[in-house]
Design a protein around this ligand. Structure first.
Ligand SMILES: NC(=O)c1ccc[n+]([C@@H]2O[C@H](COP(=O)([O-])OP(=O)(O)OC[C@H]3O[C@@H](n4cnc5c(N)ncnc54)[C@H](O)[C@@H]3O)[C@@H](O)[C@H]2O)c1
Length: 335
């Protein structure tokens, strides 16, 4: 869809709603309405961050839609990072059994990953993305201008997801860093799109995109119960270390791949100051039990035989995962 076609779609909608969070609203809400010629759009502003990606917030958004008479011809524009596109897509796909939505990603992570592919959802009981839908946005509008107000920490978070594509799909993405990420945005988004097109419902190839996300999601969820909150990308950066470590023993991955990643991980975590101790390992293990890739209580990891050679459904024992977390703990304490 061209920019003009999108403006036309919004002009023809019975009502346009813009969902965003308080941080993004401050920087970009008026600009976006002006840019899309939808000054009359109803603004729905929620609190920022993963802590608010919940059914409670979704309910508030549904109520705002209802109060403002949203109908099947209305369009919801999700202006924000992955928490907004995940939650907005979910809300839109359930409201009156589904209204159209458009994603306007404002974080690097959302531009290259979260806003693409139609996985929507909210967390439940602290467990990530337990309630959700598959529904695709009408359009994803990527404009790197939004990144001008993004913190270095959030930029690194997006770079972590780009590095993930480097391991599972396109080695060139392993070169992405703070100095060159802009030139890889479209390429990274295209990788995601191509993989999703082959397996929209996540039964096959799409699962390679979960590389680093098994331990990553558990650590992200656990961090939400502490004062030391990790970004999604930081958690994935940690999860990738675990997945690479496990890949050596389980799939014969060359140890050098892990050695090379250590420096990258240190950079990706450099704004977080995060580390953990022995007492954190069991709570992290408890969150692992909720992972959607588990089958019959076993953890289904995405591991690597080599760079660009991912293997899905590698079931690894609790003892080996605990060992990987202990090793990781030692490395993080050295950072
Ligand atoms: N659906 C998917 O396929 C998919 C894929 C990857 C991640 N995700 C989800 O995405 C979420 C993480 O997304 P995220 O990293 O974008 O986090 P986020 O949406 O929470 O944004 C991070 C922070 O940056 C702020 N922010 C956003 N854009 C800004 C801008 N342009 N300028 C200044 N501040 C800005 C936000 O207010 C927030 O405080 C997680 O919930 C994760 O599970 C979903």
């Amino acid at each position: 869809m061209t920019h003009d076609e999108l403006k036309e779609m919004l002009a023809e909608a019975s009502k346009v709603f813009v969902l965003t969070d308080a941080n993004v609203a401050m920087y970009w809400l008026p600009e976006l309405k002006h840019w899309l010629d939808c000054e009359q759009a109803v603004e729905v502003v929620v609190k920022a961050g993963e802590r608010y990606k919940t059914l409670g917030t979704a309910r508030r958004i549904w109520k705002a839609l209802l109060k403002n008479q949203a109908d099947r011809q209305s369009v919801l524009v999700n202006l924000g990072g992955g928490t907004i596109s995940d939650m907005g897509g979910f809300v839109a796909s359930c409201y009156q059994r589904g209204i159209r939505f458009v994603n306007v990603p404002t974080t690097l992570l959302a531009m290259v990953d979260a806003s693409i592919g139609g996985k929507n959802g909210v967390d439940l009981g602290g467990v990530k993305n337990q309630i959700g839908t598959f529904a695709e946005p009408e359009e994803v509008l990527v404009n790197p201008i939004f990144l001008s107000t993004l913190s270095d920490r959030e930029l690194l978070s997006g770079i972590a997801e780009m590095v993930k594509y480097g391991y599972v799909a396109d080695e060139d993405l392993l070169k992405v860093d703070e100095s060159n990420y802009e030139q890889y945005i479209l390429r990274a988004g295209r990788i995601k799109k191509e993989i999703v097109e082959q397996d929209f419902r996540d039964h096959g190839k799409r699962r390679i995109l979960n590389f680093g996300h098994t331990v990553g999601h558990a650590i992200e969820a656990y961090s939400m119960t502490t004062d030391n909150l990790l970004t999604h990308g930081e958690a994935v950066a940690v999860g990738m270390w675990s997945a690479l470590w496990l890949s050596i023993g389980e799939c014969g991955l060359d140890e050098e791949v892990l050695d090379d990643y250590l420096l990258k991980m240190q950079i990706l975590l450099s704004e977080s100051g995060w580390s953990f101790t022995q007492k954190d390992i069991e709570p992290i293990m408890a969150y692992l039990k909720h992972d959607k890739k588990n089958v019959n209580g076993q953890y289904g990891f995405v591991l690597l035989r080599d760079i660009e050679k991912p293997v899905c459904d590698r079931f690894v024992s609790d003892a080996v995962i605990r060992e990987s977390l202990s090793e990781l703990m030692d490395h993080l304490n050295d950072v």
